[in-house]
Design a protein around this ligand. Structure first.
Ligand code: PLP
Length: 357
């Protein structure tokens, strides 16, 4: 099997796995303590959590605090629901469902336009009572990078809060400044079940989850030292390997673009994370293609997360027709994808697509 679905999740880095194992101790061990206990075992676990927090923070801008959560979805909910009430929330039309559905639930959203390149620019209007703007750094479906510096400047000038979903950016590139930043371990070769919200110093949030008061009262519940340690190790490795990983992924991208000659790229070719290749071919039956290429793990560009078969809101937002969206596929590759695997997968997808005529 060849895994080309890096936007959905990434393989656990061996170093992250190793860092986690120690904290999964059984009764004979000394590393299963509750990080919130005052005794020695508790303090050992707490030290592991704090080391992980430092390593994760090193991927993020200075001047803020990392609050561990159960996922980026939870971090986004904490940011949106915890940062105030009333006023509108302006969100780019290509945000992840974690943002869009939360704002829809609150009933005060304003959707910002995105251009055909997959970029959401701040030179557009939003309601004057907007209190929060949410723009993602890298889109998960088409990989386009948003002009976060411009958004930060506009939000600052207009005294609005800025939330950046940096799930697909963190560990791959410097994360842009914002008031709140959401990230997820499993998108950067860490474990599933842990994310984080970075909160700018001085910004007060209301908790979503109340209880024991952990994570500065913002996210009660006992932390898992194993998940934190895995997240920390993955973050440290990502920081160390950022240049090397980027160069490798760039080489994979160039080769993939050559091989898929004649297919159309969805989203900007320049302003993008190159580990995301979302392409289409007129008339392609993607369901058939996926069933014929069962050994390649890739994603239909068109299906939304729930698998409802509805065309993707992102592809529609950049102006594709239903037909074009439905003839799109997303190939996601990264650190552990070899050139041979990429070529083999591409050959198999191209052969299956050619056989459709
Ligand atoms: N935001 C983006 C851009 C994502 O790609 C994802 C995951 O697909 C999420 C948020 C949600 O992350 P998590 O799985 O940690 O809840």
């Amino acid at each position: 099997m060849i895994y080309l679905d890096y936007q959905a999740t990434t393989p656990l880095a061996p170093a992250a796995r190793e860092a986690m194992m120690k904290w999964l101790d059984g009764p004979e061990g000394t590393s299963f303590g509750n990080p919130h206990s005052q005794h020695r075992m508790g303090r050992m676990a707490a030290a592991a959590v704090e080391l992980a927090r430092e390593r994760v923070a090193a991927l993020l801008p200075p001047g803020g605090t990392v609050i561990f959560t159960g996922s980026a979805t939870e971090a986004i909910n904490l940011a949106i629901r915890g940062s105030g009430r009333g006023g509108s929330i302006a969100v780019s039309s290509i945000e992840h469902a974690a943002v869009l559905d939360t704002v829809e639930d609150l009933g005060n959203g304003h959707v910002l336009k995105t251009d055909a390149d997959g970029t959401c620019h701040p030179d557009q209007e939003w309601p004057s009572d907007t209190r929060l703007i949410a723009v993602m750094q890298v889109n998960n479906e088409i990989g386009t990078i948003q002009p976060m510096d411009k958004w930060l400047a506009v939000a600052g000038t207009q005294d609005k809060l800025l939330l950046c979903d940096a799930v697909q950016a963190a560990g791959k590139m410097p994360v842009a400044g914002a008031d709140m930043i959401a990230i997820s371990a499993h998108k950067m070769h860490g474990p599933k079940g842990i994310g984080a919200l970075w909160v700018r110093d001085g910004l007060d949030l209301d908790p979503l989850i109340t209880g024991g008061g952990q994570e500065q009262g913002l996210r009660s519940g006992t932390l898992s030292p194993a998940l934190c340690a895995g997240f920390g190790a993955a973050a440290q490795l990502a920081a160390e390997r950022m240049e090397e990983d980027t160069a490798h992924i760039s080489a994979l991208w160039d080769r993939a673009r050559d091989m898929f000659d004649g297919w159309t790229l969805n989203g900007s070719a320049g302003h993008r994370w190159k580990g995301n290749l979302n392409i289409r071919r007129d008339g392609l039956d993607v369901a058939r293609l996926m069933s014929e290429c069962r050994d390649v793990m890739f994603s239909a560009g068109s299906a939304c997360a729930s698998g409802s078969g509805r065309p993707s809101h992102v592809l529609r937002a950049i102006g594709l027709s239903d037909e074009q969206a439905k003839s799109s596929i997303r190939l996601g590759f990264g650190r552990y994808t070899s050139m041979e695997q990429l070529e083999e997968a591409a050959r198999s997808i191209i052969a299956a697509a050619d056989s459709q005529g």
